[in-house]
Design a protein around this ligand. Structure first.
Ligand code: GLU
Length: 511
């Protein structure tokens, strides 16, 4: 069947979006764009107990920062609006009742307290309680109670839920685009709650299936943690008679800890010093904060590039991909079945690669705020030029200040080790002569200065390294920085001479 590709990212606003969730959104987006389809954002907020204020805004801002565009959904609108499940509540009851009518679901009247008591009783006998075929006709349900009693309880306002009537001992055969064929025996599954009268809201399972159907979703691409729900979802499609338009499913592998064992958690990030969330987050209830890739200085393109390769491989050696290249190359059959281990160093490596490929103009825009914060007024041309000279040694934009501050601020202190090594012997006297040579140069461009100074050093038989490092001490104050003529041409003649004079005047040579 050739149907239009429509995928959805369906997060629950229960806190900041984990990077595993961002990856799910990304794979949905890449799949949609690759196939000329639509990307839908649906907010699944029917669990009012777990709702966290600000989480929805956080999700939307995260996707925006990452460059994952939404075609239909919360914040955008579209033909199936509303896309926030709490605003669709009147839709779901009808579908729950339809299942009761056709025998696929039933009312259950046990209160949470009664269920707790039963659970405890089982525990004491060393057993685990499951609400399933074995007990549903013994508990207060519409399967055990007379019809009038069921009506009476509902009419007088008793609390009820609607549960799915999971068939006994049936094999559900499913297909997953990543995992292949999967089979489960229904006797291992329980009767999940689909709808609760207490808040007149559906649970995840019912709302998710009804909405995927109504929103004409063609492919459900989501985390592996939802694989255990797949048999129920298959049976729900059957129960509604929607098998023909049922979406295809793809369950993505977990993101694993850097050490391999288990799911990547916030605690791993805290322990090892890397973010597990795209943006900075402050919990509105506890005030607890969490690092974000954005605020920690990662470029969104680098972050996305790294995430794309955690669980998917292009089948080639290529590692650097723009969003468009990812869209062109992406396919679900290259998504791996096994978990993808997160490597914090690789995240930095990607950032450095993107850093090195930025133009001076791009760097200028990113670097200007840092320069301003240090009280440096520089033109974009100058900001871009110094950043461009040093970018190869930087991983983050924030590294640039340490690497380039000497361009703007003359040294007032000199690195002790360099002083001991170079500010001795003939070097101070040679620097005095070098100052004269520099003073006589009119064209202070990189090439011209280099040519003249080199010739002069060779003519006099001076040790090149010693002379250059002494000059570096004067201009930079330390043993770091780019090539010396990058520095002289940037500073210009006047400032170069001033810094040499300052070293000569302020530092007594070592014996
Ligand atoms: N609301 C679910 C979540 O938060 C969606 C799962 C699905 O995509 O079906 O992950």
């Amino acid at each position: 069947m050739n149907r239009p590709v429509r995928v959805r990212f369906a997060p629950s606003p229960t806190g900041p979006l984990h990077i595993g969730g961002v990856r799910t959104a990304l794979y949905n987006y890449l799949f949609a764009r690759h196939n000329g389809g639509k990307m839908i954002l649906r907010i699944e907020d029917t669990d009012s107990q777990r709702f966290v204020p600000g989480a929805e805004e956080y999700i939307i801002e995260s996707l925006r920062w990452c460059g994952i565009e939404i075609d239909e959904g919360v914040g955008v609108g579209g033909p199936h609006a509303p896309y926030r499940q709490s605003e669709r509540r009147e839709i779901y009851l009808k579908y729950a009742l339809q299942l009761v009518e056709n025998g696929w679901a039933y009312y259950a009247f046990d209160t949470p307290a009664e269920l707790d008591a039963i659970r405890k009783e089982y525990e004491q006998r060393g057993e685990t309680f499951a609400y399933n075929y074995a007990v549903r006709e013994k508990l207060p349900t519409s399967l055990s109670l007379p019809q009038e009693e069921v009506r009476a309880r509902i009419d007088r306002g008793d609390q009820w839920v609607i549960r799915f009537k999971m068939p006994e001992n049936e094999t559900v055969k499913m297909h997953d685009l990543i995992r292949g064929d999967v089979e489960v025996n229904t006797s291992t599954l329980d009767d999940k709650v689909l709808y609760k009268s207490v808040d007149a809201l559906p649970t995840y399972h019912l709302a998710n299936i009804v909405d995927d159907h109504l929103m004409e979703i063609s492919h459900v691409i989501r985390g592996e943690e939802w694989l255990p729900s797949l048999p129920l979802h298959y049976l729900l499609y059957r129960a509604f008679g929607w098998e023909d338009s049922q979406p295809e499913f793809a369950h993505l592998p977990l993101l694993l800890k850097p050490t391999g064992g288990g799911k990547l958690s916030k605690r791993d990030g805290d322990k090892m010093g890397f973010p597990v969330f795209p943006l900075y987050w402050v919990s509105p209830t506890t005030g607890e904060t969490a690092h974000g890739y954005r605020e920690d200085g990662y470029f969104p393109e680098a972050f996305i590039n790294m995430l794309a390769l955690l669980g998917w491989n292009p089948g080639t050696e290529q590692e650097i991909f723009s969003m468009q290249e990812l869209i062109d190359a992406f396919s679900l059959d290259r998504v791996s079945k096994s978990g993808a281990r997160f490597q914090p160093e690789k995240a930095k490596w990607f950032n450095a690669q993107y850093m090195h490929h930025k133009s001076d103009a791009e760097l200028a825009v990113l670097y200007q705020p840092i320069l301003k914060a240090h009280g440096i007024e520089a033109s974009d041309e100058v900001a871009g030029r110094v950043a461009g000279i040093m970018k190869e040694r930087a991983t983050f934009i924030s590294d640039l200040w340490d690497l380039t501050s000497f361009f703007f601020i003359a040294p007032t202190e000199y690195d002790e080790k360099q002083v001991r090594k170079y500010w001795k012997g003939d070097n101070p006297a040679i620097l005095v002569r070098l100052r004269e040579v520099l003073a006589s140069i009119d064209d202070f461009s990189l090439e011209n200065t280099e040519r003249i100074v080199h010739a002069w050093i060779e003519e006099n038989g001076y040790p090149m390294g010693q002379v250059m490092n002494t000059l570096r001490l004067a201009l930079v104050g330390a043993g770091k920085g780019p090539g010396m003529y990058d520095v002289t041409s940037f500073l210009g003649k006047e400032e170069t001479l001033r810094r040499i004079d300052s070293l000569l005047a302020n530092l007594k040579p070592a014996e």
